[in-house]
Ligand binder design. Sequence first.
Ligand code: 5AD
Ligand code: SF4
Length: 444
Amino acid sequence: MIKQKYYLIKTYGCQMNVHESEKLAGVLNLFGYIETSEQLSADIVVFNTCCIRDGAEQKLYAHIGALKSLKKNNPNLIICVCGCASQAEGRAEIIKKKFPFVDIIIGTHNLHVFQEYLESFIENKKYICDVWENEREINENYNALRTSGANAWVNISYGCNNFCSYCIVPFVRGKERSRKMEDIINEVKNLIKEGYKYITLLGQNVNSYGNDIDDKNITFAKLLEKCAKLDGNFKLKFMTSHPKDLTEDVIKTIATNDKICKVIHLPVQSGSNKILKLMNRKYTKEHYLSLIKNIRNHIPDCYISTDIIVGFPCENEEDFMETYNLIKEVQYDGVFAFMYSKRSGTVADKMEEQVSNEIKRKRVNELLKLSKSITKQKNSELIGKVINALVDSYDKEKKGYNTFTDSGKSIFVPSDKNIISIHSFHKVEVKRMINNKLIGEFLN
Ligand code: 5AD
Ligand code: SF4
């Protein structure tokens, strides 16, 4: 009898990586591997890496290092490191030196060749380290093994042209390349047919979708509209939006199509015009606030979330307070606050007046406290409201259903009976809040 082989993929970072890991899983499946969550039973471990902040990178190195003894005990174990960290300048060399037991190192630009590398390694057992300097044409030839439940991720573009001064993404993901609209729509159609209830369109900056295509009719608003007009019981999401490119067309398209979730993740990064300029974000606080006003005018119940970086070089107390006050003014539904992390090769890396870790920590904690209190207030305002939610699972111990709103907010619906089908949409009336957790009742 042939022994079953197992794979373990460790994914770091953003949704883009989560989806790329699904594509890697698709390849591993072709080789006969199935998934395990146990490191000890794995025949291959793949690290799909992130380098957006130093913390993510250091955590990754600690995790790779921890496999040394496992490899010693099981020399047949295959270890592969791929993705953003191995693509970043000089990192492949570091990984090679620090972790000589790693078998395959590849970057982001040659991830689609994973199948060939693995085939060659299995055949020859010869160490592979290949990181391409530049991006190539989009590869449409993949079979993702999807892992995100009712949600399916769909890339609409790859790479980024923005070069925000703190960000390493354009260096490791290359120039922005949009997929053809018909390829995206065909993929979305198939996913709806397969029964996915949420389709999330992915790009570093979804709003600049099509800018690299000659046909001026190819825009993000058009793409959204076309996807939203497809038949089926599904909802559309997208991320991430850049405020400099979010057009009124897009806002109106979201407002007028029931199938598009009223959810916008709109990273502001800072509330200080001085810092926004140094970050090369290409908008002002005033422009950003006018966008928020416009969104709320067209979509009054829109769920708006943001990313913030605190402690960017030259950020003083006054700049920080502008960010603090902007969060208070916008009353975000979600705030993801990060401490600025120096990334080599970026413009900000060479800026003077770096902020101390102690101040960064203090500022990030202040923002988290503020956003927690806003969330609590907003959650309490939901009591009595009726919300469309997706049933995710039945919890036998707690006796009730875990449901999620379009924005990912969880509402627990107590019930003795497990009779409602999983991954179906239902109207839920929010009844109360216990320890900041929403409790509801099905209306249908
Ligand atoms: N330091 C801290 N946070 C960063 N981000 C991007 N680069 C850095 C960095 N060097 C944050 C931004 C971005 C999110 C995905 O990560 O807020 O929106
Ligand atoms: Fe990084 Fe800015 Fe591109 Fe986002 S838009 S990926 S923050 S460079």
